[in-house]
Design a protein around this ligand. Structure first.
Ligand SMILES: [Zn+2]
Length: 372
């Protein structure tokens, strides 16, 4: 025993200086008896795969399952080990966390399975290391979006409505998914037809017709057959108004519905007609009214309810709005720079069309957008 103490004198000095961990690594293990050592090896069996670790390693995080006394619940007296019926692959990462204090996200694992595993061992996912945090967040967001999509599809999907569904619920289902009933399908095609008719009428109105006998001037068709066109317009607006009111009635949340993009398009498409009804026939305001008729062209966006592709296009534009915004911003910068250069280069020249910087904008915009 005395010899043993003599041998370990340098070791004790090393501990006092403070480089014990390094010394431990390079030196042969000391022949210390079990009682004097403060640490002991624990055996952890996860679905048949055995892990060994120091007790101190696990005790570092007393808030977790392995660090607390709760793990005794899983202790197997026969085999003298802790047994967990969990995924052994993922346990490697969890044990690594106890060893190094850093949690890494295994990229090939499903995020939900990983989170469940963390929850089982009582580890919060917020402590994932910076190296893996971005990946983890991306995957989590992706997963949440997918789940939300699935539930949305389930809600709007072909799942049959409960037999005690109210009229409102049935109506909303018919609007959202026209393939559920014949009536809904008919309504879907009728509205689609009237959208097409109103858009075509809007265009045809402006085509010059053959002049009436006796008059010299070419009249646009809209004025020549004004009664016919206004009847058609009224019919379309009535159908659209009816559709809008029905949707408003059926919407699960009317507030959300009124604020949705599709609903705003609906309102903008029919509003000019109603404004025209209440507006007095007056020369001064009729100019403003004619401008309002421009909004009728927004009816074309009503088609997006009938076309999946158009809706996807809208979502795509929305998703890359910031990139598009940056593109516009950089284009504006270039336009201003080149217009300024153009203006000062041409300054003083007689008969120049670049009379001011804004006047030079047109030249630069056209040049940049057509020449690239
Ligand atoms: Zn990492």
């Amino acid at each position: 025993m005395a010899a043993g103490v003599a041998t370990w004198m340098p070791f004790a000095r090393a501990a006092a200086v403070g480089w014990l961990p390094l010394a431990q690594k390079t030196m042969p293990k000391p022949p210390v008896d079990k009682k004097s050592r403060s640490d002991e090896i624990l055996f952890v069996n996860v679905s048949g795969l055995r892990f060994q670790t120091w007790k101190n390693t696990l005790d570092r995080y007393p808030d977790t399952l392995l660090g607390s006394s709760e793990k005794e619940f899983f202790y197997n007296e026969e085999t003298q080990e802790y047994f967990f019926d969990r995924d052994p692959e993922m346990f490697r990462h969890i044990l690594n966390f106890f060893r190094t204090g850093k949690l890494h996200y295994p990229r090939h694992e499903c995020i939900q399975a990983f989170e469940e595993e963390l929850a089982f061992y009582g580890i919060i996912p917020e402590i994932i290391g910076d190296c893996c945090m971005e990946e983890y967040r991306d995957r989590k967001k992706e997963n949440q979006e997918r789940l939300a999509e699935d539930t949305e599809a389930e809600n709007a999907g072909d799942a049959p409505l409960p037999p005690d569904a109210t009229l409102r619920e049935r109506l909303w289902r018919a609007f959202e998914n026209p393939h559920t009933s014949t009536m809904a399908l008919v309504f879907y095609y009728v509205t689609g037809f009237f959208i097409a008719v109103s858009v075509i009428a809007n265009v045809v109105e402006t085509v010059p017709c053959r002049p009436l006998k006796g008059s010299i001037k070419d009249l646009p068709c809209g004025e020549k057959f004004s009664v016919g066109f206004s009847c058609l317009d009224t019919a379309c607006v009535l159908i659209f108004s009816f559709e809008y009111l029905m949707r408003l009635y059926a919407a699960p949340s009317r507030c959300d519905f009124v604020r949705s993009v599709m609903s705003v398009i609906d309102v903008v498409a029919i509003l000019p007609f109603y404004i025209g009804l209440v507006m007095p026939e007056n020369e001064e305001v009729s100019g403003a009214f004619v401008t309002l008729r421009v909004f009728r062209v927004f009816r074309i966006f009503k088609f997006s309810r009938h076309s999946q592709g158009l809706r996807i296009l809208g979502c795509t534009l929305q998703a890359c709005a910031s990139e598009l915004g940056f593109l516009l911003f950089s284009l504006t910068m270039a336009v201003i720079i080149f217009a300024t250069v153009m203006f000062y280069a041409e300054k003083g020249t007689k008969g120049t069309t670049f009379s001011s910087i804004p006047a030079s904008f047109w030249y630069t915009i056209v040049t940049m957008t057509t020449l690239g």
